[in-house]
Write a protein that binds this ligand. Structure first.
Ligand code: URA
Length: 422
Protein backbone atom coordinates (compact mmCIF):
# COMPACT_ATOMS: atom_id res chain seq x y z
CA UNK A 1 0.00 0.00 0.00
CA UNK A 2 1.25 3.50 -0.57
CA UNK A 3 0.02 6.96 0.35
CA UNK A 4 0.37 8.41 -3.16
CA UNK A 5 -2.08 5.82 -4.56
CA UNK A 6 -4.50 6.49 -1.70
CA UNK A 7 -4.37 10.26 -2.32
CA UNK A 8 -4.92 9.59 -6.01
CA UNK A 9 -7.93 7.44 -5.30
CA UNK A 10 -9.59 10.10 -3.14
CA UNK A 11 -8.73 12.84 -5.63
CA UNK A 12 -10.55 10.69 -8.21
CA UNK A 13 -13.60 10.39 -5.94
CA UNK A 14 -13.12 6.67 -5.29
CA UNK A 15 -14.04 4.99 -2.01
CA UNK A 16 -11.15 4.07 0.30
CA UNK A 17 -11.09 0.63 1.88
CA UNK A 18 -10.92 -0.05 5.62
CA UNK A 19 -7.33 -1.27 5.19
CA UNK A 20 -6.30 1.86 3.31
CA UNK A 21 -7.81 4.07 6.01
CA UNK A 22 -6.12 2.08 8.80
CA UNK A 23 -2.83 2.33 6.89
CA UNK A 24 -3.13 6.12 6.63
CA UNK A 25 -4.04 6.69 10.29
CA UNK A 26 -1.38 4.42 11.80
CA UNK A 27 1.37 5.63 9.48
CA UNK A 28 0.52 9.29 9.97
CA UNK A 29 0.54 8.86 13.77
CA UNK A 30 3.93 7.07 13.70
CA UNK A 31 5.43 9.71 11.40
CA UNK A 32 5.89 7.54 8.28
CA UNK A 33 3.40 9.65 6.31
CA UNK A 34 4.47 13.29 5.96
CA UNK A 35 2.34 16.34 6.78
CA UNK A 36 2.52 17.28 3.08
CA UNK A 37 0.98 13.98 1.94
CA UNK A 38 -1.58 14.00 4.74
CA UNK A 39 -2.58 17.55 3.75
CA UNK A 40 -3.18 16.37 0.16
CA UNK A 41 -5.38 13.55 1.42
CA UNK A 42 -7.31 15.74 3.89
CA UNK A 43 -7.90 18.33 1.17
CA UNK A 44 -9.18 15.60 -1.18
CA UNK A 45 -11.53 14.40 1.58
CA UNK A 46 -12.76 17.97 2.24
CA UNK A 47 -13.38 18.39 -1.48
CA UNK A 48 -14.74 14.97 -2.45
CA UNK A 49 -16.30 13.82 0.83
CA UNK A 50 -16.47 10.31 2.29
CA UNK A 51 -19.19 7.70 2.43
CA UNK A 52 -20.70 6.71 5.79
CA UNK A 53 -18.71 3.45 5.60
CA UNK A 54 -15.43 5.33 5.04
CA UNK A 55 -16.25 7.78 7.85
CA UNK A 56 -17.02 4.88 10.21
CA UNK A 57 -13.75 3.17 9.30
CA UNK A 58 -11.84 6.42 9.80
CA UNK A 59 -13.47 6.87 13.23
CA UNK A 60 -12.54 3.35 14.33
CA UNK A 61 -8.97 3.66 13.00
CA UNK A 62 -8.61 6.89 15.00
CA UNK A 63 -10.24 5.34 18.08
CA UNK A 64 -7.71 2.51 17.93
CA UNK A 65 -4.75 4.92 17.88
CA UNK A 66 -4.76 5.35 21.67
CA UNK A 67 -6.25 4.54 25.07
CA UNK A 68 -9.85 3.59 25.65
CA UNK A 69 -11.30 4.56 29.01
CA UNK A 70 -12.80 1.67 30.96
CA UNK A 71 -15.80 2.86 32.95
CA UNK A 72 -17.09 -0.62 33.78
CA UNK A 73 -16.49 -0.11 37.51
CA UNK A 74 -19.12 2.65 37.53
CA UNK A 75 -22.48 1.10 38.19
CA UNK A 76 -25.36 1.87 35.86
CA UNK A 77 -25.70 3.46 32.45
CA UNK A 78 -23.04 6.09 31.74
CA UNK A 79 -24.23 8.97 29.56
CA UNK A 80 -21.98 11.41 27.71
CA UNK A 81 -22.89 14.77 26.22
CA UNK A 82 -21.01 16.63 23.53
CA UNK A 83 -21.54 19.97 21.83
CA UNK A 84 -20.09 20.64 18.40
CA UNK A 85 -19.18 24.06 19.74
CA UNK A 86 -20.85 27.41 20.11
CA UNK A 87 -20.29 30.96 21.27
CA UNK A 88 -20.94 31.27 24.99
CA UNK A 89 -21.63 27.54 25.21
CA UNK A 90 -21.66 26.78 28.91
CA UNK A 91 -24.50 24.23 28.70
CA UNK A 92 -22.28 21.52 30.23
CA UNK A 93 -22.19 23.38 33.58
CA UNK A 94 -25.98 23.47 33.77
CA UNK A 95 -26.98 20.27 31.99
CA UNK A 96 -24.60 17.85 33.74
CA UNK A 97 -25.47 18.83 37.33
CA UNK A 98 -29.19 18.76 36.51
CA UNK A 99 -28.91 15.26 35.06
CA UNK A 100 -26.51 14.08 37.79
CA UNK A 101 -28.88 15.38 40.48
CA UNK A 102 -31.42 12.92 39.05
CA UNK A 103 -29.05 9.97 39.27
CA UNK A 104 -27.55 10.05 35.76
CA UNK A 105 -23.90 8.90 35.75
CA UNK A 106 -21.65 11.18 33.74
CA UNK A 107 -17.89 10.66 33.32
CA UNK A 108 -17.00 13.46 30.96
CA UNK A 109 -13.72 14.22 29.23
CA UNK A 110 -13.44 17.68 27.73
CA UNK A 111 -10.97 19.74 25.77
CA UNK A 112 -9.54 23.21 25.66
CA UNK A 113 -10.76 25.81 23.21
CA UNK A 114 -9.97 25.15 19.59
CA UNK A 115 -11.88 27.93 17.92
CA UNK A 116 -12.55 31.46 19.09
CA UNK A 117 -13.39 31.04 22.74
CA UNK A 118 -12.26 28.87 25.60
CA UNK A 119 -13.34 25.24 25.91
CA UNK A 120 -14.97 23.57 28.91
CA UNK A 121 -11.59 22.90 30.54
CA UNK A 122 -10.51 26.53 30.13
CA UNK A 123 -13.74 27.66 31.73
CA UNK A 124 -13.28 25.29 34.68
CA UNK A 125 -9.72 26.52 35.09
CA UNK A 126 -11.08 30.00 35.75
CA UNK A 127 -12.17 28.60 39.14
CA UNK A 128 -9.24 28.87 41.57
CA UNK A 129 -8.01 25.47 42.77
CA UNK A 130 -10.15 23.42 40.35
CA UNK A 131 -8.25 20.32 39.22
CA UNK A 132 -8.91 19.29 35.63
CA UNK A 133 -6.36 16.47 35.77
CA UNK A 134 -7.00 13.65 38.22
CA UNK A 135 -6.07 9.96 38.15
CA UNK A 136 -8.34 7.44 36.47
CA UNK A 137 -9.16 5.96 39.86
CA UNK A 138 -10.15 9.37 41.26
CA UNK A 139 -12.26 10.04 38.14
CA UNK A 140 -14.20 6.81 38.58
CA UNK A 141 -14.55 7.26 42.35
CA UNK A 142 -15.96 10.75 41.82
CA UNK A 143 -18.67 9.48 39.45
CA UNK A 144 -19.50 6.67 41.89
CA UNK A 145 -19.64 9.19 44.77
CA UNK A 146 -21.48 12.16 43.24
CA UNK A 147 -22.63 10.93 39.77
CA UNK A 148 -20.49 13.32 37.72
CA UNK A 149 -16.93 14.37 36.93
CA UNK A 150 -15.36 16.51 34.20
CA UNK A 151 -11.67 16.09 33.43
CA UNK A 152 -9.23 17.07 30.75
CA UNK A 153 -8.77 14.50 27.99
CA UNK A 154 -5.74 12.36 28.74
CA UNK A 155 -2.72 12.78 26.44
CA UNK A 156 -3.17 9.39 24.83
CA UNK A 157 -6.91 9.66 24.14
CA UNK A 158 -7.15 9.45 20.34
CA UNK A 159 -3.64 10.75 19.51
CA UNK A 160 -4.60 10.45 15.83
CA UNK A 161 -7.19 13.19 16.31
CA UNK A 162 -4.70 15.49 18.06
CA UNK A 163 -2.27 15.20 15.15
CA UNK A 164 -4.85 15.29 12.36
CA UNK A 165 -6.84 18.15 13.94
CA UNK A 166 -3.70 20.28 14.31
CA UNK A 167 -2.97 19.77 10.62
CA UNK A 168 -6.60 20.40 9.57
CA UNK A 169 -6.54 23.61 11.54
CA UNK A 170 -3.56 25.10 9.68
CA UNK A 171 -4.50 23.76 6.23
CA UNK A 172 -8.13 24.86 5.99
CA UNK A 173 -9.56 21.37 6.45
CA UNK A 174 -11.64 21.87 9.58
CA UNK A 175 -15.04 22.28 7.96
CA UNK A 176 -15.45 18.82 6.44
CA UNK A 177 -18.38 16.71 7.62
CA UNK A 178 -16.57 13.31 7.63
CA UNK A 179 -13.52 14.84 9.31
CA UNK A 180 -15.63 16.53 12.00
CA UNK A 181 -17.73 13.38 12.54
CA UNK A 182 -14.71 11.09 12.91
CA UNK A 183 -12.90 13.58 15.15
CA UNK A 184 -15.83 13.91 17.54
CA UNK A 185 -17.00 10.31 17.51
CA UNK A 186 -13.54 8.75 17.94
CA UNK A 187 -13.16 10.74 21.17
CA UNK A 188 -16.68 9.94 22.34
CA UNK A 189 -16.22 6.21 21.71
CA UNK A 190 -12.82 6.24 23.46
CA UNK A 191 -14.32 7.95 26.53
CA UNK A 192 -16.18 4.80 27.49
CA UNK A 193 -19.78 5.92 28.09
CA UNK A 194 -22.71 3.70 27.12
CA UNK A 195 -24.94 6.30 25.46
CA UNK A 196 -24.28 9.68 23.89
CA UNK A 197 -26.29 12.92 23.53
CA UNK A 198 -24.88 15.17 20.81
CA UNK A 199 -25.76 18.87 20.77
CA UNK A 200 -25.20 19.75 17.12
CA UNK A 201 -25.07 23.51 16.76
CA UNK A 202 -26.52 25.13 13.66
CA UNK A 203 -26.27 28.73 12.55
CA UNK A 204 -24.10 31.79 12.17
CA UNK A 205 -21.92 30.98 15.19
CA UNK A 206 -21.46 27.25 14.44
CA UNK A 207 -19.37 25.02 12.16
CA UNK A 208 -22.61 23.97 10.49
CA UNK A 209 -24.16 27.11 9.04
CA UNK A 210 -27.28 25.45 7.62
CA UNK A 211 -29.75 22.81 8.70
CA UNK A 212 -29.06 20.51 5.78
CA UNK A 213 -25.33 20.16 6.64
CA UNK A 214 -26.14 19.83 10.33
CA UNK A 215 -28.60 17.02 9.58
CA UNK A 216 -26.00 15.20 7.50
CA UNK A 217 -23.35 15.55 10.20
CA UNK A 218 -25.84 14.39 12.83
CA UNK A 219 -27.00 11.39 10.81
CA UNK A 220 -23.41 10.21 10.30
CA UNK A 221 -22.44 10.67 13.97
CA UNK A 222 -25.59 8.95 15.21
CA UNK A 223 -25.03 6.03 12.81
CA UNK A 224 -21.40 5.69 13.93
CA UNK A 225 -22.41 5.64 17.61
CA UNK A 226 -25.24 3.18 17.11
CA UNK A 227 -23.16 0.91 14.88
CA UNK A 228 -20.56 0.79 17.65
CA UNK A 229 -23.25 -0.33 20.13
CA UNK A 230 -23.71 3.04 21.85
CA UNK A 231 -27.19 4.52 21.55
CA UNK A 232 -26.69 8.03 20.21
CA UNK A 233 -29.09 10.96 19.80
CA UNK A 234 -28.34 14.25 18.07
CA UNK A 235 -30.25 17.39 19.03
CA UNK A 236 -29.90 20.14 16.43
CA UNK A 237 -29.95 23.47 18.24
CA UNK A 238 -29.85 27.14 17.32
CA UNK A 239 -26.44 28.82 17.31
CA UNK A 240 -27.32 32.03 15.48
CA UNK A 241 -26.88 34.12 18.63
CA UNK A 242 -24.61 33.88 21.69
CA UNK A 243 -25.84 31.37 24.27
CA UNK A 244 -26.99 32.83 27.56
CA UNK A 245 -25.83 36.15 28.93
CA UNK A 246 -22.06 35.88 28.74
CA UNK A 247 -19.09 34.90 26.58
CA UNK A 248 -15.74 34.46 28.33
CA UNK A 249 -14.39 31.90 30.75
CA UNK A 250 -15.13 32.96 34.37
CA UNK A 251 -18.14 34.97 33.12
CA UNK A 252 -19.65 31.79 31.68
CA UNK A 253 -19.24 29.92 34.97
CA UNK A 254 -21.00 32.79 36.76
CA UNK A 255 -23.79 32.73 34.14
CA UNK A 256 -24.19 28.96 34.56
CA UNK A 257 -24.65 29.44 38.31
CA UNK A 258 -27.30 32.10 37.66
CA UNK A 259 -29.07 29.70 35.31
CA UNK A 260 -29.01 26.98 37.96
CA UNK A 261 -30.51 29.53 40.36
CA UNK A 262 -33.42 29.86 37.89
CA UNK A 263 -32.33 33.38 36.91
CA UNK A 264 -30.73 32.67 33.54
CA UNK A 265 -31.67 33.78 30.04
CA UNK A 266 -34.98 32.15 29.02
CA UNK A 267 -33.83 30.54 25.75
CA UNK A 268 -30.60 29.29 27.28
CA UNK A 269 -32.46 27.83 30.25
CA UNK A 270 -34.86 26.02 27.92
CA UNK A 271 -31.97 24.64 25.87
CA UNK A 272 -30.37 23.26 29.04
CA UNK A 273 -33.67 21.70 30.17
CA UNK A 274 -34.03 19.93 26.81
CA UNK A 275 -30.46 18.60 26.75
CA UNK A 276 -30.59 17.41 30.37
CA UNK A 277 -33.97 15.75 29.71
CA UNK A 278 -32.59 13.67 26.85
CA UNK A 279 -29.76 12.52 29.12
CA UNK A 280 -32.25 11.56 31.83
CA UNK A 281 -34.53 9.88 29.30
CA UNK A 282 -31.67 7.79 27.86
CA UNK A 283 -30.35 6.91 31.29
CA UNK A 284 -33.65 5.81 32.79
CA UNK A 285 -35.37 4.64 29.59
CA UNK A 286 -38.32 6.97 30.27
CA UNK A 287 -40.14 9.37 27.95
CA UNK A 288 -38.61 12.78 27.29
CA UNK A 289 -41.82 14.41 28.57
CA UNK A 290 -41.45 12.68 31.95
CA UNK A 291 -37.77 13.58 32.02
CA UNK A 292 -38.56 17.26 31.33
CA UNK A 293 -40.79 17.37 34.43
CA UNK A 294 -38.05 15.88 36.57
CA UNK A 295 -35.38 18.23 35.22
CA UNK A 296 -37.56 21.32 35.73
CA UNK A 297 -38.24 20.25 39.30
CA UNK A 298 -34.52 19.95 40.05
CA UNK A 299 -33.77 23.25 38.35
CA UNK A 300 -36.29 25.22 40.36
CA UNK A 301 -35.82 23.43 43.72
CA UNK A 302 -32.07 24.11 43.68
CA UNK A 303 -30.93 20.46 43.46
CA UNK A 304 -29.05 21.14 40.20
CA UNK A 305 -27.17 24.06 41.77
CA UNK A 306 -26.37 21.94 44.84
CA UNK A 307 -24.91 19.26 42.58
CA UNK A 308 -22.83 21.83 40.66
CA UNK A 309 -21.35 23.17 43.91
CA UNK A 310 -20.67 19.65 45.15
CA UNK A 311 -18.85 18.81 41.90
CA UNK A 312 -16.72 21.99 41.98
CA UNK A 313 -15.75 21.39 45.60
CA UNK A 314 -14.97 17.71 44.92
CA UNK A 315 -12.41 18.73 42.31
CA UNK A 316 -10.85 21.36 44.59
CA UNK A 317 -12.45 24.51 43.16
CA UNK A 318 -13.38 27.64 45.10
CA UNK A 319 -16.27 29.47 43.45
CA UNK A 320 -15.79 32.45 45.79
CA UNK A 321 -12.49 33.10 44.04
CA UNK A 322 -13.93 33.61 40.51
CA UNK A 323 -12.60 36.87 39.06
CA UNK A 324 -13.66 39.18 36.27
CA UNK A 325 -11.83 42.20 34.82
CA UNK A 326 -13.13 45.77 35.06
CA UNK A 327 -16.01 46.47 32.73
CA UNK A 328 -16.88 49.07 30.11
CA UNK A 329 -20.56 49.66 29.39
CA UNK A 330 -22.00 49.94 25.87
CA UNK A 331 -25.32 51.78 25.52
CA UNK A 332 -27.77 51.81 22.64
CA UNK A 333 -27.91 54.99 20.55
CA UNK A 334 -31.43 54.31 19.31
CA UNK A 335 -34.69 52.65 20.22
CA UNK A 336 -36.52 49.72 18.60
CA UNK A 337 -36.16 45.93 18.77
CA UNK A 338 -32.92 43.96 18.85
CA UNK A 339 -33.18 41.93 15.64
CA UNK A 340 -29.60 40.73 15.11
CA UNK A 341 -26.25 40.25 16.83
CA UNK A 342 -23.11 39.67 14.76
CA UNK A 343 -22.18 36.50 16.64
CA UNK A 344 -18.96 35.65 14.78
CA UNK A 345 -17.64 39.19 15.08
CA UNK A 346 -18.48 39.13 18.78
CA UNK A 347 -16.56 35.85 19.15
CA UNK A 348 -13.53 37.36 17.43
CA UNK A 349 -13.63 40.45 19.63
CA UNK A 350 -13.88 38.29 22.75
CA UNK A 351 -10.98 36.14 21.55
CA UNK A 352 -8.91 39.26 21.00
CA UNK A 353 -9.68 40.45 24.53
CA UNK A 354 -7.75 37.30 25.51
CA UNK A 355 -10.60 34.85 26.23
CA UNK A 356 -9.62 32.49 23.38
CA UNK A 357 -6.53 31.36 21.52
CA UNK A 358 -5.05 32.24 18.14
CA UNK A 359 -2.41 29.50 18.48
CA UNK A 360 -2.76 26.20 20.30
CA UNK A 361 -0.29 27.07 23.06
CA UNK A 362 -1.43 30.65 23.71
CA UNK A 363 -2.29 31.56 27.31
CA UNK A 364 -5.80 32.78 27.86
CA UNK A 365 -7.15 35.40 30.23
CA UNK A 366 -9.94 33.83 32.27
CA UNK A 367 -11.25 37.18 33.55
CA UNK A 368 -12.25 38.85 30.26
CA UNK A 369 -15.34 38.64 28.04
CA UNK A 370 -18.75 40.19 27.53
CA UNK A 371 -22.13 40.22 29.24
CA UNK A 372 -25.25 40.79 27.17
CA UNK A 373 -28.12 42.79 28.62
CA UNK A 374 -30.45 42.44 25.63
CA UNK A 375 -31.45 39.41 23.61
CA UNK A 376 -33.09 38.89 20.24
CA UNK A 377 -36.51 40.56 19.99
CA UNK A 378 -36.06 42.51 23.23
CA UNK A 379 -37.40 46.05 23.18
CA UNK A 380 -34.53 48.55 23.37
CA UNK A 381 -34.73 52.23 24.34
CA UNK A 382 -32.07 54.77 23.44
CA UNK A 383 -29.45 54.77 26.25
CA UNK A 384 -30.37 51.23 27.39
CA UNK A 385 -27.40 49.13 28.45
CA UNK A 386 -26.66 46.57 25.70
CA UNK A 387 -23.37 45.08 26.76
CA UNK A 388 -20.61 45.12 29.36
CA UNK A 389 -17.12 44.42 28.06
CA UNK A 390 -14.86 42.99 30.77
CA UNK A 391 -11.28 43.95 29.97
CA UNK A 392 -8.33 45.93 31.25
CA UNK A 393 -7.41 46.89 27.67
CA UNK A 394 -8.51 49.95 25.69
CA UNK A 395 -11.33 49.05 23.30
CA UNK A 396 -13.07 50.66 20.35
CA UNK A 397 -16.61 50.92 21.78
CA UNK A 398 -18.11 51.57 18.34
CA UNK A 399 -16.98 48.12 17.19
CA UNK A 400 -19.07 46.63 20.00
CA UNK A 401 -22.06 48.89 19.42
CA UNK A 402 -22.04 47.90 15.73
CA UNK A 403 -22.55 44.24 16.68
CA UNK A 404 -26.20 45.04 17.40
CA UNK A 405 -28.92 45.62 14.81
CA UNK A 406 -31.86 47.54 16.20
CA UNK A 407 -34.93 47.76 13.96
CA UNK A 408 -38.42 49.20 14.11
CA UNK A 409 -40.11 45.78 13.98
CA UNK A 410 -39.23 42.58 15.80
CA UNK A 411 -38.58 39.27 14.00
CA UNK A 412 -40.35 35.90 14.34
CA UNK A 413 -39.66 34.02 17.57
CA UNK A 414 -36.47 32.04 17.29
CA UNK A 415 -36.43 28.25 17.49
CA UNK A 416 -34.21 26.59 20.09
CA UNK A 417 -34.36 23.04 18.75
CA UNK A 418 -34.57 22.39 15.00
CA UNK A 419 -34.61 18.61 14.91
CA UNK A 420 -33.81 15.41 16.78
CA UNK A 421 -31.96 12.63 15.00
CA UNK A 422 -31.91 9.13 16.48
N1 URA B 1 -14.94 19.35 17.50
C1 URA B 1 -14.04 18.34 17.41
O1 URA B 1 -13.70 17.70 18.38
N2 URA B 1 -13.55 18.07 16.18
C2 URA B 1 -13.90 18.73 15.07
O2 URA B 1 -13.41 18.40 14.01
C3 URA B 1 -14.82 19.78 15.19
C4 URA B 1 -15.33 20.06 16.43
Amino acid sequence: MNIKDIINKKENKLELTKEEIEYVVSNYVNGSISDEDMTLLLSAITKNDMTTEETYNLTIAMLNSGDKIDLSSIEGVKIDKHSTGGIGDKTTFVVLPLAASLGVKIAKMSGRGLGYTGGTIDKLESIPGFKTTITNEEFIKEVNDINMAIVSQTENLVPADKKIYALRDVTGNVESIPLIASSIMSKKLASGSDKIVLDVKVGKGAFMKNLEDAKRLSRIMVDIGNKHGKETIAILTNMDYPLGNTVGNSLEVIDAIKTLEGKGDKNFTNLCIILASYMVSLSKSISVEDAIDMVKTNLYNGEGLKKFKEFIKYQGGDLEGLKTSNSIEIYSNKSGYLTDIDTMKLALLVRDLGAGRVNKNDNIDHTVGVELFKHINDKVEANDLLLKVYTNKEINTLEYLNLFTISDKNIDDIKIVFDIIK
